[in-house]
Design a protein around this ligand. Structure first.
Ligand SMILES: [Zn+2]
Length: 442
């Protein structure tokens, strides 16, 4: 009898020496690097909290309220770091303990073909990730948001939301994943192109379904009642020759006191939706300014351009993915006994993470640029010589009521912000030439 450890392999994780391949090293380094960057940015962001209220917000933010907004940033940052730490440790432990191979064993054990097995494998992983995430989501909603007076979600709403989200993921995500697995399994070298086509079709269908089928599952939408606000909105849209299918209000107050507004749908089916919480907080002219900003995104073609860019990104993703399907080294890295297309998809996600991070930085920069442009559009067209004042006061009110961080660290903004910090937006608005007396502007 020989009690020496096997020649190849770690004592506890027999596959580990062979598998300490480039892929595993790369993926572990990426996970750690990503975590370190988040940690550094979070600490920098905490340090850039300045107790002195910016002059622009004098008279808008009460000093105790401003202190409260900073406490909110601190609470969220600390919480985010705890969540990332738990997630990092869980991910590392899961990879190193051969968790993927275990889950694969369970999925294969049922003896289905490659596509149902793939759906099962992915579903089980999603279930594990969701279970890990659930207590964080509960804490965020019922402890942090509650403590700062944002939360209005009841336990029943929270449970129903969770169930509906799972159901939607299964009903919408399931068929798409099945199609992707089927193409990669059976349709030969151009599978990535077919997958890309399927994903694009899926996104377009979801965009059409969202306002009519998906969003009403979560909120009530009612047409805006006749009155001063409706007249102001209709008047502005008509002046801009902007076709609107409807103006709606949404019961955002069902979950939170936060305020928002958005457009949904394409072309003639466009509708503008205001949260009830927004209408409580802003005046008519501020709401029209918010509407003007949202319309600016349409008029300046931000929405189709962003869509085309995401579609291109998706093509890139499927193409690179096709190069790594069934890659032996990648499977060894995760300690898998058997190759499969479906597991390749999941593992590729780890490899793609740095590319996806870089692309997200690019998308955020593009989005921040678009926000400045939409702000400019709003002030040039919002008329009556008001310049950007209505938009500025609207932005300020929203920042106060959302307890926004007025002084985020520039690195945090660069990496993570899709909108410029509110003070930068206000400064940019103040620098704009004011429109002339009849409000048409330059
Ligand atoms: Zn915007």
């Amino acid at each position: 009898m020989c009690i020496a450890p096997p020649k190849h392999g770690h004592f506890f994780f027999p596959w580990i020496n062979e598998a300490m391949n480039g892929y595993l090293l790369f993926i572990l380094s990426i996970l750690l690097l990503d975590y370190l960057i988040e940690l550094i940015v979070a600490l920098l962001n905490l340090r850039s909290l300045n107790p002195a209220l910016p002059a622009e917000f004098a008279g808008v933010f009460e000093s105790d309220q401003y202190a409260r907004s900073q406490e909110y940033t601190r609470a969220n940052t600390r919480f985010g770091l705890i969540q990332s730490t738990v997630s990092l440790v869980a991910t590392l432990a899961f990879i190193l303990a051969g968790g993927f191979n275990l889950v694969d064993g369970v999925a294969r054990g049922l003896g289905f073909g490659p596509i149902p097995t793939g759906l099962l494998f992915t579903g089980l992983l999603a279930l594990l990730a969701g279970t890990l995430n659930l207590p964080f989501s509960v804490y965020q909603t019922f402890v942090i948001e509650q403590r700062f007076g944002f939360n209005t979600t009841t336990v029943a709403t929270f449970l129903l939301d969770t169930l509906k989200a799972i159901l939607l993921a299964v009903l919408l995500g399931g068929p798409l994943l099945a199609a992707i697995l089927w193409f990669f399994e059976f349709s030969g070298p151009w599978a990535w192109l077919y997958c890309w086509g399927a994903a694009v079709a899926f996104i377009l269908v979801v965009q059409f379904l969202a306002p009519v089928v998906i969003m009403p599952l979560f909120n009530k939408f009612s047409p805006l009642a006749d009155g001063e606000l409706k007249e102001a909105i209709t008047g502005y849209a008509a002046a801009q020759r902007f076709a609107l299918q409807g103006i709606y209000t949404m019961d955002g107050s069902k979950r939170s006191t936060r305020a928002n507004a958005f457009f949904t749908g394409f072309g003639r089916f466009r509708r503008i939706v205001f949260f009830d919480t927004l209408m409580e907080k802003l005046t008519t002219s501020e709401i029209v300014a918010v509407l003007a900003h949202e319309m600016g995104h349409y008029k300046l073609k931000h929405i189709p351009v962003t869509m085309v860019l995401s579609i291109l990104q998706m093509g890139l993703l499927f193409f690179i993915l096709s190069l790594f399907l069934g890659n032996q080294g990648l499977f060894a890295a995760f300690g898998m006994d058997q190759l499969s297309i479906y597991a390749s998809l999941v593992f590729f996600g780890f490899l793609y993470a740095p590319i996806s991070t870089l692309l997200a930085i690019g998308f955020n920069a593009f989005s921040r640029r678009n926000e400045y442009q939409a702000d400019r559009f709003a002030t040039h067209t919002n008329g009556a010589g008001a310049g950007g004042e209505a938009l500025i006061s609207g932005l300020k009110k929203l920042s106060v009521s959302n307890l926004s961080n007025l002084t985020p660290h520039p690195l945090h903004v660069f990496l993570n912000y899709s909108h410029p910090p509110v003070l930068a937006r206000i400064e940019a608005l103040r620098r704009l030439p004011q429109p002339d007396a009849n409000g048409t502007g330059p």
